[in-house]
Design a protein around this ligand. Structure first.
Ligand code: BJW
Length: 258
């Protein structure tokens, strides 16, 4: 009976989420590592399986760590790139692509560097923390193209500076265009879906609040509670690869009936 009640509770929340989305003209989806977990990519902060459970962020994800040991950081990103190489978008990514059929404007604002939203086919993706497959030099941000993988140490730019992955490390500013775009989209959206993020890393974690302060309804999609849950209109408590397709299925049904 309890199980039946839980299932009915989830369905009511899914229906309410679909209704809010169907009434929205503009939706922003803020995503984090959790949306890619069902593609086999580890999150950062899961106690047992997260990247930071095994590796030290200060050594590997700060400019100081890179300067202290460039080959270590270079090889670690090579290892992560291989991990991502064969990863495919999962039903959560695809459901966000489908959402574009039911909402006039959908923008994905992602903290992920894995490119899976683009691979799935989302048409408007803003990358807050860069991309693991792009590169620039450390000192002058000169873009570097055709960088060979599997080198023992970072190659050099024409200016002499070391090439590094174009991701945002702790203590570094986010790309200003991407961050400004993220804020604007949240401020002008009627609904913000917050999917698979612990909402602990700033300034990305402040984006849902920017929308909430302007009246956006926040829908949190995560098996765990997080700081965003407190300001959420609805919480879909489960894996995004299961929850998002359920929501889109209801949207499809509603459209079929109208
Ligand atoms: C599922 C699921 C399923 C599981 N379905 N969900 C003290 C207070 C406030 C701020 C700071 C502070 N001390 C330092 C700071 C600043 C710092 C910060 O916020 N630190 C906090 C940790 C405290 N921020 C910065 O340094 C940022 N820059 C900055 O502030 O610059 C200031 C500046 C201005 C001007 C000039 C110069 C400087 C930069 C942050 C960069 C973050 N970079 C990383 C690494 C990227 C490269 C790489 O991958 O190697 O970005 S860290 C890592 O965390 C990565 C992620 O994008 C980011 C966020 O993590 P995310 O996505 O939320 O993942 P998890 O693992 O935390 O959560 C996963 C979630 O999924 C969980 O909730 C699960 O429950 C859920 N989940 N399975 C759905 N199936």
């Amino acid at each position: 009976m309890k199980h039946q009640d839980d299932l009915e509770g989830i369905q009511l929340t899914v229906d309410a989420a679909a209704k809010a989305l169907s009434e929205a003209k503009r939706v922003t989806v803020l995503t984090g590592a959790g949306v890619s977990k069902e593609s086999g990519i580890p999150t950062f902060r899961d106690a047992q399986t997260g990247i930071w459970a095994e590796f030290n962020p200060e050594e590997l994800a700060t400019p100081e760590g890179f300067l202290a040991n460039p080959p270590l950081v270079w090889k670690w990103y090579d290892f992560r790139r291989k991990l991502l190489g064969d990863a495919k978008p999962n039903p959560g990514h695809y459901a966000l692509v489908e959402l574009e059929k039911y909402v006039p404007k959908v923008t994905i604002v992602t903290q992920n560097i894995d490119g899976l939203h683009q691979k799935a086919g989302s048409s408007d993706v803003v990358e807050l923390h860069g991309s693991i497959t792009r590169f620039h030099c450390f000192d002058n941000q000169h873009e570097a193209k055709d960088v060979p993988y599997e080198l023992e140490e970072p190659p050099s730019c024409h200016c002499g500076s070391m090439i590094r992955p174009a991701v945002v490390w702790f203590g570094e500013a986010l790309p200003s265009k991407a961050f400004t775009r993220g804020v604007t989209e949240c401020e002008f959206s009627q609904v913000i879906l917050v999917v698979g993020t612990s909402a602990l890393v700033q300034p990305a974690a402040s984006l849902p609040m920017a929308g909430y302060n302007r009246g956006a309804k926040i829908i949190d999609v995560n098996p765990e509670t997080n700081p965003v849950t407190q300001i959420s209109f609805l919480s879909l408590m489960g894996p995004s690869g299961e929850m998002l397709p359920k929501v889109v299925a209801v949207l499809a049904k509603r459209k079929g009936q109208s």
